[in-house]
Design a protein around this ligand. Sequence first.
Ligand SMILES: [Cu+2]
Length: 147
Amino acid sequence: MIKLLPLLLTLSFLTIACSTPENQTEATSSTTTTNSSQQQPQEGNVKINLVSPSSQETVKMGNAQLVVEVLDSQTQKPVAVKDLDIKVSMPMEGDEPMTSMAKVEPDSQPGRYKIKTNFGMQGKWDVVAQVKDSQHQGQASYSFNVQ
Ligand SMILES: [Cu+2]
């Protein structure tokens, strides 16, 4: 870990021109120094929690796999849903947000879903997860500080 740190600092310095300005990033993530964050509260009858990567994990540019878990808001038990919609985007200063494809497939446990996407640039990416079928509704958003 200690050996890795100078390398990470060098990488983020080299790519600083390509990332979201620091003050804009601060506004949405000032309370955390971790690499991802989850915004509460959520509406509807299901919660969508980020399982992986954990907030301590470094998210690297390129192909990424996320895991989310859909829970019944009342019982806190996993629920399998029909329609989990995922939007992946990066806010760009003075321009349309960059978007990325996301492929959703069920994981081995019921209620868990794997999301395959690509973070094509370093900086802050937003992932919005939404469940909207006849029985289950809920939304969550997560931010990733991609390095
Ligand atoms: Cu970008």
